[in-house]
Design a protein. Structure first.
Length: 132
């Protein structure tokens, strides 16, 4: 049997976070699809099991901002910086535009969204050159 292990964001303290996060992967339910979609970032981490997955339909990034569209309205969308620093909160929409100009000093941002008490966490989006 294969043993699969994967650490989502904030999984660095096993005493505090063990069993806390769940990874939702876009996949065709076969090993190749799972591995390919993990590689390309087609997954989010959630803080509790859910049967009503709010999918990111599109995420478009250019020099001026990020446009993100979900499969359903989200209650809250938060943009966070390093150390979970709150940068922006938006509410009750299916599509959002996030201007990047005001966050250029941040090495990365992360998008978090929430629907009916389930919190979703994306991979960090790094500024070019921030990992040097």
């Amino acid at each position: 049997h294969r043993i699969w292990a994967f650490g989502g964001d904030d999984s660095h303290d096993t005493n505090k976070h063990m069993g806390y996060g769940y990874i939702l992967i876009q996949s065709n339910k076969n090993v190749t699809s799972v591995l390919q979609n993990l590689k390309f970032g087609r997954f989010v981490v959630v803080d509790k099991p859910t049967h009503t997955f709010i999918k990111i339909n599109s995420l478009q990034l250019d020099v001026s901002g990020i446009k993100i569209t979900f499969s359903d309205r989200v209650d809250t969308l938060n943009i966070k910086g390093p150390n979970n620093k709150p940068l922006l909160s938006l509410f009750n929409k299916k599509s959002f535009y996030i201007p990047l100009r005001r966050y250029l000093h941040e090495p990365y941002i992360r998008i978090e969204y929430e629907k009916k008490g389930v919190h979703y966490f994306t991979n960090p989006i790094f500024k070019l050159g921030a990992l040097k």
